[in-house]
Design a protein around this ligand. Sequence first.
Ligand code: FAD
Length: 417
Amino acid sequence: MKFSGFELFKQGLTGNKGWGPHWRTQKPRHAYDIIIIGGGGHGLATAYYLAKNHGLRNIAVLEKGYLGGGNIGRNTTIVRSNYMLPGNSEFYSHSLKLWEGMEQDLNFNTMVSQRGQIVLFHSDGQRDDAVRRANAMINRGDDAEILSTAELRKHVPYLDFDNSRFPIYGGIMQRRAGTARHDAVAWGYARGADKRGVELIQNCEVTGIDIENGRVVGVQTTQGAIKAKKVAMVAAGRSSQVAAMAGMRLPIESHILQAFVSEGLKPLIHHVISFGMGHFYISQSDKGGLVFGGNLDYYASFAARGNLAMKEHVMEAAMALMPIIGQAKVLRSWGGIMDMSPDGSPIIDKTHIEGLYLNCGWCYGGFKAVPASGFGFAHLIATDSPHPTAAGFRLDRFRSGYGLMDEEGTGSQHNLH
Ligand SMILES: Cc1cc2nc3c(=O)[nH]c(=O)nc-3n(C[C@H](O)[C@H](O)[C@H](O)COP(=O)(O)OP(=O)(O)OC[C@H]3O[C@@H](n4cnc5c(N)ncnc54)[C@H](O)[C@@H]3O)c2cc1C
């Protein structure tokens, strides 16, 4: 079914009884050309672009839970392209352009909202860094503006400018950045892939990867063995566990990232705001909840829930930046498992096993990457050569040291980039 104004009107008049399911319920067949392990944002986008851009149809996405139940449905929905270094910058620039055309492309309301993101700076050194970053973004063809404190007071008057622990010197604003409805992104790509013949199989955990003579030949699952010519691992926080099934040890650590939402409030925060003196960021959802988060919990874990120490740290950062938030009640908090790479940048590459492909290392910024990641990974799987926008995300950079993308200049410290 195609969504349109006319269809909405017609369904409204007929009791909304004509909407069908967005994708079929499938049982796995015994063989496919391509199997994708993981029905999160990246896996579903990969399936969609394989079908749409490369005309491939004989594909299954195997998801151990339900579609969109992983990090794609747990993130704080920020979309931006404020990267500076080559490798990342052209990739995220491409991704933001795909976000801008996503709703028309998928014929699905993913609620892309280009409300602008402001990253605050609090010292002369941070200002220098922000100006350099803004110039890099503009030179690449993206938008960036440096806002003075006076301009910020107009945009975000609720911040503590006059009595703050960390004085606000200004901010770097990307107007084309913003938010999108996270689970709708999974549903939109799932629907688009299903429409093009991809089979989406839920409650189907991959438990083994079959390899013969250095070549992948299929997978073992909780719904039986399935043969495949090509297998793509796109399991985000579980990447190291899935790759271990193929005998690989990835340079990935899984860490917890928490997020919080307040009770619904009247419109207050019209942008995405990032605090430059602590890992804290906030936006307001369309329902009115203040959605905010901070840094990783400081230990590796596969538990999708966080600890109290980080909750306290995030609340402290919130109060330091905007004491007004002390009046709001926190409604709930949750956690997700982040696939942290040593340089904070992802991996989209072939493996040493023929027909086995890897997509991981998204850290806490993988939501905004979903469209370009799916686009680039589909290109790699279909053509066996990297897409130009994702060519830097090679696995061997961690062995050779060549081509590392240390965006924050913090080295291989997972909780600092
Ligand atoms: C609290 C929080 C806030 C975040 N905020 C942002 C943000 O504002 N902006 C941003 O860009 N990014 C953000 N992120 C990061 C982003 O959500 C992730 O980087 C991204 O969603 C990961 O990719 P994915 O969507 O494919 O992951 P997932 O949705 O986790 O998909 C992986 C899937 O693989 C499945 N799987 C795992 N093992 C197997 C197996 N053996 N067999 C079959 N299936 C398997 C899992 O069940 C899961 O559904 C945030 C993350 C969290 C947790």
